[in-house]
Design a protein. Structure first.
Length: 276
């Protein structure tokens, strides 16, 4: 009788443990599913959230520049972001802008802090290993910005005594090292810091995409572009790898803007000329 009682007790204990474990597993599975549905990426999750979060530059005149007085961010990239939000939601105001730099933008995307990068980002094979790119939405080329009257007229003028300013994490910094290996390259956190350094005489030239340099030239006409473009810099909108539906929505937006003439208007509004 005692053995039967012990056996029954053991069976009941075992069944209780199994039920507890099953319950824990169910809770864990439910928690995981909940986290997945709330993840800040994927077109459906973005729609459920009710807004698109885009990483943009705050220091790049013509493309993404924040007015310190009003706090408003304006530029070509900003208008492209609004168009994507309008395509997804039918309302361009369902958009949140977050500041990124060339150095931080991919990390913020991969961490899920932003859904997409629209920030003068050149499409490259190296970056394609980390993110997926949209179709090209802007064609730029790397150039040099110098003070008017400078003896620097192009790449051939750069010597071991020349200090060229660039931005960390940009393709421009990599390109200038390859194109002018004798020059000294100084890197800064963002474009405004680099431009301020140029004006302070910390370098003789600043290099990045001509589209960005044109914005600096507008800020201070004492500076000018020289030497023409020495690279091709096709800009793309970056999303996390595998976000095919979001990428398709972005590509559809770019096609719509170009087919209905809105792209030409935006290009002329911010760059002063229609695209070639």
């Amino acid at each position: 009788m005692r053995k039967r009682f012990q056996w029954s007790t053991l069976v009941l204990v075992a069944l209780s443990c199994l039920l507890v474990l099953a319950g824990c597993g169910g809770k864990q599975e439910a928690a995981t599913s909940g986290n997945e549905s709330a993840a800040p990426n994927g077109l459906e999750a973005i729609k459920q959230r009710g807004k698109l979060v885009v990483g943009v530059k705050y220091d790049t005149k013509l493309f993404g520049l924040k007015d310190p007085a009003s706090g408003k961010v304006e530029g070509f990239d900003i208008d492209i972001a609004k168009a994507v939000a309008k395509h997804i939601f039918g309302d361009e105001t369902k958009l949140e802008l977050k500041e990124v730099t060339s150095k931080t933008r991919i990390t913020l995307l991969q961490n899920g802090d932003i859904d997409a990068i629209i920030a003068t980002m050149t499409i490259s094979d190296e970056r394609k290993k980390q993110v997926d790119f949209s179709d090209v939405y802007f064609n730029a080329g790397q150039s040099l910005l110098v003070k008017k009257g400078s003896p620097i007229t192009g790449l051939e003028s750069l010597t071991p005594d020349t200090k060229v300013l660039a931005v960390k994490g940009s393709t421009s910094a990599k390109n200038i090292r390859e194109k002018a290996p004798k020059a000294t390259i100084l890197e800064f956190e963002n474009y405004q810091d680099a431009f301020n350094a140029l004006k302070a005489g910390k370098g003789q030239a600043l290099t990045t995409d001509n589209s960005i340099l044109l914005g600096m030239q507008q800020q201070d006409p004492n500076y000018t572009l020289v030497g023409g473009n020495f690279t091709e810099e096709p800009y793309g909108i970056a999303v996390k790898k595998g976000q095919t539906e979001l990428l398709q929505a972005i590509n559809d937006t770019i096609k719509e803007l170009k087919s209905n003439g809105e792209y030409d208007k935006l290009h002329e509004q911010w760059l002063g000329v229609k695209p070639e």
